[in-house]
Ligand binder design. Structure first.
Ligand SMILES: C[S@@+](CC[C@H](N)C(=O)[O-])C[C@H]1O[C@@H](n2cnc3c(N)ncnc32)[C@H](O)[C@@H]1O
Length: 414
């Protein structure tokens, strides 16, 4: 049965085929193949009755169903592995918003289970009836054909999938065939006592959580004191409850999506919710430019120093007209200079510099210290110029500037 869902999926080296195979067979909101359809029709009819009876009024937020592509997971995990090849060795890994019947996170870690030396992989899914959006739900053959299948529980309970270093099938190898599953007691909400207990037993948590619960999810990870890698909206970096983690070096950006282009698959039923240009009906994907990976796992990009010119050379040669021939201005209200572009950071300025927030994409903590951020009360008191009326944003000659990250060189290179 596991084979039905996974085997042709995993042996194929072509990600597209692997993905579309799985989508056709088990993706919520997409039709099954004709064979699968025959087997599922009667079950689905009776499930829909239960679902309709149980459904509470349609919930407003439909935007938590975005499914991450294999290639993006591979790229991000690859960055951690390149820096520390044993990062997942002997670790318990929890994927708390991931149904393996369609999650590429589960498939990625299950496929590489032995090679990465993972001790235990646990993946939990969220009950269809608890999801805020009313997407069409069809249980997969993997579940329907299992003696444990229950047409009421499949809607109201979350599921837990486990892969351990145990050869359950006795075929001499540990692989996806050895995966076991069960219904959770509750709906699989990551905040529930049972999923929180799984977090507490995990070493590393990896997922793309519901965007609408990003802050709660991050707080849940921090409370659990685990290593993590998660996708989220870039703008949240500056939030009052998120930025202090950046400041303390407890959270940073991962390697990120190629060219900052993130594509996520969405259920058919949500396709109409997007503006023109965001959803592509041919690929069934949405395109976002503001999705990033947040992590506390180390990777090589954090240790690449930015190549910078001195202040004098920037004034002579900078490609930016705001700097070339002009130099750097001091803010009216902060004891810091304005550096409007990341590549115009002077290599020899010892004081505090206000730089675009996108600096964090290239931040090397050995090269720079982050000292604060404008706009959320995170500017250190000693940088505030007394007598200035406003501190929410940096001001230059009375003009309000963009929000800025405040940084300082750790070592000056002259
Ligand atoms: C952005 S999607 C990502 C799914 C999967 N991690 C992936 O990347 O393909 C987030 C998933 O979390 C589920 N979810 C929503 N609220 C949840 C909650 N409170 N606890 C656990 N999962 C939740 C959503 O239904 C959705 O399937």
């Amino acid at each position: 049965m596991v084979k039905d869902i996974f085997s042709s999926t995993f042996v194929c080296s072509d990600t597209t085929f692997r993905y579309s195979y799985l989508m056709k067979n088990s993706y919520p909101g997409l039709g099954p193949t004709s064979t699968a359809k025959n087997k599922q029709t009667s079950v689905i009819a009776s499930i829909n009755n239960v679902k309709n009876a149980n459904l509470v009024a349609a919930r407003a937020n439909k935007n938590d169903e975005f499914y991450t592509q294999w290639v993006d997971i591979e790229r991000e995990m690859g960055a951690y592995l390149e820096f520390a090849p044993d990062v997942f060795r002997d670790k318990v890994i929890l994927l708390p918003c991931d149904d393996p019947e369609w999650s590429n996170f589960t498939k990625y870690f299950a496929l590489h289970f032995a090679e990465l030396g993972i001790r235990k992989l646990i993946s939990t899914s969220y009950a269809p009836n608890s999801k805020p959006s009313e997407i069409e739900y069809q249980p997969s053959l993997f579940e329907v054909e299992d003696p444990k299948f229950d047409k009421v529980k499949t809607l109201s309970r979350g599921k837990k999938f486990m892969l351990e270093n145990k050869d359950v099938t006795g075929d001499g190898v540990i692989n996806i065939e050895d995966l076991r599953w069960e219904y959770l007691a509750g709906d699989g909400d990551f905040r529930s006592v049972e999923v929180t207990a799984l977090r507490d037993a995990a070493d590393i948590v990896v997922t793309n959580p519901p965007f609408s619960l990003f802050r709660e999810f991050l707080a849940w990870l921090i409370e659990g004191d685990v290593k993590f890698s998660m996708i989220g909206p870039r703008g949240s970096l500056t939030y009052k409850d998120v930025f202090p983690l950046v400041l303390d070096g407890r959270l940073w950006l991962g390697k990120g999506f190629a060219n900052d282009d993130a594509y996520f698959r969405v259920p058919n039923s949500n396709a109409g919710d997007y503006a023109a240009g965001v959803y592509d009906p041919t690929t069934q994907m949405v395109h976002f430019r503001n999705a990033v990976w947040f992590t506390n796992l180390d990777h090589g990009r954090r240790h690449e120093p930015m190549q910078l010119m001195t202040a004098e050379d920037n004034i002579r040669f900078s490609k930016h007209k705001q700097v070339r021939g002009i130099g750097y201005q001091k803010y009216d209200n902060y004891d810091a200079i304005e550096v409007p572009f990341r590549d115009a950071i002077p290599s020899n300025y010892a004081g505090v510099m206000g730089v675009p927030i996108s600096f964090l994409d290239k931040h090397n903590p050995d090269q720079f210290e982050i000292v604060g951020i404008s706009g959320n009360g995170s500017v250190p008191k000693e940088l505030l110029i007394p007598g200035q009326p406003k501190y929410d944003r940096p001001y230059l000659s009375g003009n309000r500037k963009f929000p800025r990250l405040l940084i300082r060189h750790r070592n000056i290179s002259i």
